[in-house]
Design a protein around this ligand. Sequence first.
Ligand code: SAH
Ligand code: SF4
Ligand code: F3S
Length: 458
Amino acid sequence: MKTFFIETFGCQMNAHDSEKVVGTLLNEGYSQVVDEADAGLILYNTCSIRDKAEQKVFHRLNEYKRMQGEGKKFAVLGCVAQQEGAKIFEKAPYVSMVAGSSSYRNLPDMLARLEAGETRITGLDDRETDQTFDTEFTARTNPHRGYITIIEGCDKFCAYCVVPYTRGKERSRSSASVLAEAQRIAGQGFTEIQLLGQNVNSYVDPSGRRSFAELLAAVGEGNGIQRVRFTTSHPRHFTRDIVEASDAMPALCDHIHLPVQSGSTDILRAMNREYTRDWYLERIAWTKAARRDLSLTSDIIVGFPGETDKDFEDTLTLCDEVGYDAIFGFKYSTRPNTPAIHMADSIPEQVKVERLAILNARQRELQRVNYGRHLGQTMPVMVEHGANARGQITGRSTQNKTVNFTCDHIPAIGSYIDVRITQAFPSSLVGEAVSRSTTPSPVLLAQQALNARVPVLA
Ligand code: SAH
Ligand code: SF4
Ligand code: F3S
C-alpha cells in the first residue's frame, strides 16, 4: 500500500496547495496517514517568508533522516524548495524530490518517477511559467469554507519579499474555470468561498470576460453561496469597483485585508510598495464610505532598513487613523535573493523587538475600543466549533471576527445563526443566539462525516 504523510507551513495559499497535492496523491492511489512513522512518503510543504526558514527546513529534514533506514522517501515542496533547489539534495541526500509550487501540475509524472526509483527529481520551473495548478482533486480540510486560488505568483517585487522568486510570475485562471469550481463546491454543500492570491485583486481574466470585482460578484451569485471572502488585496490594485461590488452584493463579506506594511511614505518607497501613505488612506476612505461597516485588517513590518523613530511613529498614527480590527506585525528579516539584502539591516534586533511590542500594545488598545461598536448589534454567525468547557459555541461573523455565544439548542457546524452581542473583547465578541440555526444541507453533513475520517493537515 502506498502511504504518505504531509506537513504544511506558510500562508493560506500553501495550505490550499497542500489540499490539492493531497487530492492528487489520493487520486494516484496513495493513502494519507496521520503518523509519519507509518508513511512510505513524507512530504514537507515549506515557507520561506521570514526568519531563518532555510535553516529550519534543514533542521527538520535532519530529524526525518533518523527515519531513513526504514525505506522512506522524502519530498520537499513549496517556497524553500523553489528557493534552495537542488542544493537540498547536497545537504539532505536522502531527499528524492524537490518541487516548487509552479511545478505541482506535473505531480502525477513526478510521483511515477519516484515510484520507479528515481532519487533526484526536481520540479523547479523558473518564474516565467504561465501555467496554473488547476485540479478537481482537492482534499478540502475545512468542511465549510472552500478555498479557490484565482491568481498565482507575484510581479510586485517588494524589496524585502521572496514571493516573486519562489512562486513565479503572476498568472490568473479564467473566470469560467473559477466559477465552475465555485459551483462544483457549492454543490457539495460549501456555503463560504474564499478566493486566494498573493495579490488577489491583481487578477486579470485571461479570457478578458470579467474584472476582479465582476468575478467577486459572479461567485457571490452562485447557488447556495452565502459568503465570499478574498485575500490578500494589494493597495496598488485596490479599485473603487471592489467597494461598489460589496455594496451591491450581500454575499461579499464585510472584511478587507489590505496590508499597508508601513505608514511612512519614505519607507514605502524604499520597500518598493508603489504607493504613498496618502494614496493608501484614500483607498481606506472609499471603504469607510461603503454602505456596510467594512472591517479592515493589515500586515505591518517594523524595522525595515533605515526606519527612523519618525517613520515608525507614522506607522502608529496610520493605525490610529485607519482603526484596523486586526494587524499582523512582523520584524523585518533579511531574505535571500531580495533587493533589500543589499541595504544594511540597520535596525538593531532590540529596537525591532521594542517597536513590535509598542505596535501590538497600541493596536490592542484600539481594538478594545473598536470592538465595542458591536455591543447590542445582532449579526449572523457561521458556526465553527461546538460548545467549549463554558458551554459557549464559536463562530465567525461576516467581518471574520470570532463570536462566542450561548444557545438553547446545539447548532450544527457550518450552519448560520443570529447572535446578539453582549460583550466585546479586543479580539473576540460574546453574545447569545436569538434565532434557530439554519440546517446545513445533507451534502454538507455527509461531507463533514467524510472529513472526520480524513486526517487533517499539520
Ligand atoms: N502579498 C501580500 C503579502 C504576502 S506575505 C502583500 O503584498 O500584502 C505576508 C506578509 O509577510 C507580508 O504582508 C509582510 O508583512 C510579511 N513579510 C514578507 N516578507 C517579509 C520579510 N522579509 N520580513 C518581515 N516580514 C515580511
Ligand atoms: Fe511579497 Fe510584495 Fe508580492 Fe506581497 S506584493 S507577495 S509583499 S512581493
Ligand atoms: Fe510562505 Fe511561500 Fe506563502 S514564502 S507565505 S508559503 S508564498
